[in-house]
Design a protein around this ligand. Structure first.
Ligand code: ADP
Ligand code: MG
Length: 613
C-alpha cells in the first residue's frame, strides 16, 4: 500500500497537509527527521502513517500519560493496533502490554521517557524489530524550551543500547532556532530531513478585549457560545477557583484544573472535559500540553500569559480539527503587574546558577514585553504573531479583532496635555518617574496611601481627570506610549515623556488618535455583533448520533468523528458507504463501525425534509 492509500484507508483524509509528505517519505526511507509544525498541524500522522507501512513496531516517546492514552484510543478506534506503557498502569496491565508487544500485536507502542531505561523495557526493546523511534513534543529535551523534562535526556542512552539504531523522528511546535538546534544536537539526529511549516492557523480568529469587568465579559462571551466546548486560561490557581465558581453559579457546566488539585481530581476533571460532560474548563497553564481534544471551539485567556509563545500554544488548542474557532484575550494592565510578579518570584530552579537565573529573568522580561505589545497593538493580531515567529504574511488577515474592528479618529489633545503635564510635574517633584498605577491614580484623584506618601495629591494635576473611569485613563496613557509621547521603562515601570511630548505641551500640537470601537469597551446603542449562525439541523442531528455512539462505546465524542468531519458530512450528505468514505476523516474501520448509524440519520433527515417542503 502506498502512503496516499493508507491515508485514505486508515485516516479517511484525501490529501496530506503541508510538510507531512516530506517527513513521511524521509522516515520511510530510513532517514532521521525533524518536524516543526504548529499545534494542530498534524504531527502525529507523520509517524502514525509510516508505522503502518514499516515492518515491526514504531516506538513513540511522549511526555504525558493523558496524551498517550488519548492517542492510543484514537488509533484503536480507527482500527490501528496500538498500545502504551506508562507508570499509571497496574502490574497486570503492564504484563499484558509487554506480552502483546512481544508477539507483535502492535504497530505503535507509546512509552514515557522515564520507562525507557528500565530493565523490563530494555529487554523488550532488544527483542523487537524497531525501524522508527518518534519523539513527540521534542522541545522537552531543551533547557530553553518551556517544558524541559530531564527524563528526555535518557532517550539518547536508550537509542545507544539498541542492537540497531532506528530512524529517529522528532516533532515539536516550538519554533525558536535555539530549541531546534538543541533537539538535533542532544538527540544526535543524523542529517535529519527538516520541515518547518507555516505557523499560521487561518481557522483561528484572534481578538483582544479590554472589558471594564472581566467577569461580565466572560459570562457574556460564554453565553454566546453555549453548547460549545472551550478553555478559559487564568494566571493563578486562585483565579481558576474564582472563575470556575462564578461560571458554575451562572449555570455553565464548568470544571477546573491546576497544580494545586490532587492527581485524582485533576484526572477526573480532565476526563469530564474531554468527554464533554463539562465542556468548559477553567485552568492554569498546567492544563493542556498534549490535550488533543479536537472540538475545542474557543480558548479565552482571562489573564495575559507570560509570553507570546505560551499564548500561541495555549490559544492553539482551539480549532484543532480545522473548523472555525475563537482565541480571545481579556486584557487589563493589572495583568502586566501579575506577570512581572510571577517572573520575579518564579519557582527556584536548583540547577541554575545565579548568573543563569539573571539571564532567564531578562529573557522572561523581554518575552513579556512582546506579549504586552500584542495586547496593545492596533494592527493585525495574526500579523503580529507571525512576525514574531518570522513568517511572512498579508498585511491584513481579515479574521482578527483588529482587522474587523471599526476605528474612529478622536481628538485627544486635551487629555494628552493633562497626562503629559502630570508626568512632568510628578517627575519634577520626586526626581524620578512614577509608574502606571501611581500616575493614573493621581490623575483620577485616588486616595491611595502611595499617592499621599509621595505627595502626589499636592500636584496641580491631581484629580484633573476625576470624571474619567480609571481604565480609560490607563488606556490613554498606553495610547500615548504607543504614539511615542511617553515611554515606559520595561523593568521598573516608570513612565517618562519623550521629546515628542514637548510639541503637545508647549506648541499646541494636536493629538489625533485612531481608536478601536468595541461593543465591550463601550456599551450602548452600538452595532451588535452578528448572532452566531444557528447550527444546521442536520449537523445537530449528526452530533446527537455521535453523542449516542460515544456513550455506547465509552469513548469521547471527538474520538468517534471530529467536528470537521461532521461538518463535511452534513455538507456532502452521503447516501451510501462509498459516499461516506468520501467524507474527510472517515476511514474504512470507522465507516464500518459507525457508518450505518450516521447514514440512517441522514436518510431519515432527508425524508422528513422532503415531506416538509
Ligand atoms: P499536532 O501537530 O498538534 O500534534 P495532531 O497530529 O494532533 O496535531 O493533528 C491535529 C488534527 O489534524 C487531528 O484531528 C488530525 O486528525 C487532523 N489531521 C492531521 N492530518 C490531516 C490531514 N492530512 N488531513 C486532514 N486532517 C488532518
Ligand atoms: Mg501532537
Amino acid at each position: 500500500m502506498d502512503e496516499l492509500a493508507a491515508l485514505r484507508q486508515f485516516f479517511g483524509f484525501s490529501a496530506f497537509r503541508a510538510g507531512q509528505q516530506t517527513l513521511i517519505n524521509a522516515v520511510l526511507s530510513g532517514r532521521d527527521a525533524l518536524g516543526v509544525m504548529p499545534t494542530g498541524g498534524g504531527k502525529s500522522l507523520c509517524y502514525e502513517l509510516p508505522a503502518l507501512l514499516l515492518p515491526g513496531l514504531t516506538l513513540v516517546i511522549s511526555p504525558l500519560i493523558s496524551l498517550m492514552k488519548d492517542q492510543v484510543m484514537a488509533l484503536r478506534n480507527a482500527g490501528i493496533p496500538a498500545g502504551c506503557i506508562n507508570s499509571a498502569m497496574s502490574m497486570d496491565e503492564l504484563r499484558e502490554a509487554y506480552t502483546d508487544a512481544r508477539y507483535g500485536a502492535y504497530k505503535l507502542l507509546y512509552v514515557a521517557p522515564e520507562r525507557l531505561l528500565t530493565d523490563g523495557f530494555c529487554a523488550l526493546a532488544q527483542e523487537l524489530e524497531i525501524p522508527l523511534v518518534a519523539v513527540d513534543e521534542a522541545h522537552c529535551i531543551s533547557q530553553w524550551g518551556q517544558d524541559f523534562r530531564p527524563s528526555y535526556l535518557k532517550i539518547v542512552d536508550f537509542l545507544q543500547q539498541l542492537p540497531r539504531r532506528p530512524a529517529v523522528a522528532a516533532f515539536t511546535a516550538t519554533a525558536t532556532a535555539q530549541v531546534r538546534t538543541d533537539i538535533v544536537r542532544i538527540l544526535q539526529l543524523r542529517e535529519p530531513e527538516t520541515v518547518v511549516t507555516g505557523f499560521d492557523r487561518p481557522n483561528l480568529r484572534f481578538d483582544v478585549l479590554r472589558p471594564k469587568d472581566k467577569r461580565d465579559a466572560l459570562l457574556q462571551l460564554l453565553s454566546e457560545r453555549r453548547g460549545k466546548s472551550g478553555i478559559v486560561y487564568c494566571a493563578t490557581r486562585k483565579s481558576v477557583e474564582q472563575v470556575c465558581g462564578f461560571l458554575q453559579e451562572a449555570g455553565f457546566a464548568a470544571t477546573r484544573y491546576h497544580a494545586g488539585l490532587d492527581t485524582e481530581e485533576r484526572r477526573k476533571n480532565q476526563e469530564a472535559f474531554i468527554c464533554d460532560r463539562s465542556p468548559v474548563m477553567a485552568a492554569t497553564n498546567a492544563f493542556g500540553m498534549g490535550i488533543d481534544k479536537s472540538n475545542v471551539s474557543y480558548v479565552i485567556h482571562y489573564n495575559m500569559p507570560k509570553s507570546l509563545e505560551a499564548y500561541y500554544q495555549e490559544a492553539g488548542r482551539a480549532g484543532r480539527d480545522g473548523s472555525p474557532a475563537d482565541c480571545i484575550l481579556l486584557f487589563s494592565s493589572g495583568d502586566v503587574t501579575t506577570a512581572k510578579y510571577l517572573i520575579f518570584n518564579a519557582a527556584e530552579n536548583e540547577e541554575l546558577t545565579d548568573e543563569d537565573r539573571q539571564i532567564v529573568q531578562a529573557q522572561d522580561l523581554a518575552r513579556l514585553e512582546v506579549m504586552t505589545g500584542y495586547c496593545k497593538t492596533q494592527d493585525c493580531l495574526r500579523g503580529y504573531i507571525l512576525d514574531y515567529f518570522g513568517q511572512p504574511h498579508e498585511k491584513i488577515c481579515g479574521n482578527c479583532g483588529n482587522c474587523q474592528a471599526e476605528f474612529e479618529t478622536r481628538d485627544l489633545t486635551r487629555e494628552a496635555q493633562m497626562i503629559l503635564s502630570c508626568v512632568v510635574r510628578a517627575r519634577n517633584r520626586l526626581g524620578y518617574c512614577v509608574g502606571m498605577t501611581a500616575l493614573s491614580q493621581t490623575l483620577y484623584g485616588g486616595r491611595s496611601a502611595r499617592v499621599r506618601e509621595l505627595g502626589l495629591d499636592a500636584l496641580p494635576t491631581y484629580g484633573l481627570m476625576h470624571a474619567v473611569p480609571r481604565t480609560q485613563i490607563r488606556e490613554w496613557i498606553e495610547l500615548l506610549e504607543r504614539e511615542g509621547y511617553l515611554e515606559a521603562n520595561p523593568v521598573h515601570g516608570g513612565i517618562d515623556t519623550t521629546p515628542k511630548a514637548a510639541g503637545v505641551l508647549f506648541s499646541g500640537e494636536q493629538v489625533l488618535a485612531h481608536v478601536r470601537r468595541s461593543p465591550i469597551q463601550e456599551p450602548g446603542p452600538k452595532k451588535k455583533a452578528p448572532a452566531p449562525k444557528a447550527d444546521d439541523p442536520l449537523l445537530a442531528a449528526l452530533k446527537a448520533v455521535r453523542f449516542r455512539v460515544a456513550q455506547e462505546q465509552h469513548v469521547p465524542a471527538y474520538i468517534v468523528f471530529s467536528n470537521a468531519t461532521l461538518l463535511d458530512m452534513a455538507a456532502k450528505r452521503p447516501g451510501s458507504m462509498e459516499e461516506l468514505l468520501e467524507v474527510s476523516g472517515v476511514g474504512h474501520v470507522k465507516a464500518e463501525r459507525y457508518g450505518a448509524a450516521f447514514l440512517t440519520e441522514i436518510k431519515q433527515y432527508e425524508r422528513t425534509h422532503r415531506e416538509e417542503s
